[in-house]
Unconditional design. Structure first.
Length: 179
């Protein structure tokens, strides 16, 4: 035996439908909840895609001057703390600009002895979607380029050396650009 809700006609073969009271209200509330969840997920996906396309990464430039201590390097008109660093991207457009930080003295092995080095650094925020990143830390000198893959492999550290003796390598990243 079935009970009927007021206002519902009997179905075929004498069977009547029963609808619990309040079902329509719960059904509408469920539809709104599902709709809201769908909208939130869609907005999240759009935000993630936009963020991925325009994400930035911090690259550290290490400019290493060989055969000099920092006190001497500071008097050099080419390389000094506060010097402007320019970074250009794929189409030659400037994508970042910063300055070299204070320098650090150290030594590196070379041919059975050690030589003095002076390292300047700069941290720059660059877009992560370029194929090539070109750095210039000394005005009028060579621009040194690194591929996206090289920078990723070296944890976003770009090393530029000045006056490095042959075979001395680079004390910064695995990338060496001699300017």
């Amino acid at each position: 035996m079935t009970s009927t809700s007021p206002g519902l006609p009997p179905l075929a073969l004498g069977v009547t439908a029963s609808v619990p009271v309040g079902t329509t209200q719960r059904s509408n509330r469920s539809k709104w909840t599902v709709g809201l969840i769908v909208v939130i997920v869609a907005v999240g996906i759009v935000v993630a895609l936009v963020a991925k396309r325009s994400s930035t990464v911090t690259v550290t430039l290490q400019d290493i001057a060989y055969n000099t201590v920092c006190a001497d390097a500071q008097t050099n008109k080419d390389l000094y703390a506060g010097n402007t660093v320019n970074v250009t991207g794929d189409n030659g457009t400037q994508i970042a600009r910063g300055v070299l930080d204070a320098s650090t003295d150290s030594t590196t092995p070379s041919g059975g002895s050690t030589i003095d080095t002076c390292t300047f650094t700069a941290k720059l925020s660059v877009p992560s979607n370029q194929q090539t990143y070109s750095f210039s830390s000394v005005p009028g000198k060579n621009v040194v380029a690194f591929t996206h893959k090289e920078l990723v492999n070296d944890n976003w550290v770009a090393g530029i050396t000045t006056g490095a003796p042959q075979g001395s390598g680079n004390t910064g990243s695995g990338n060496t650009g001699n300017s």
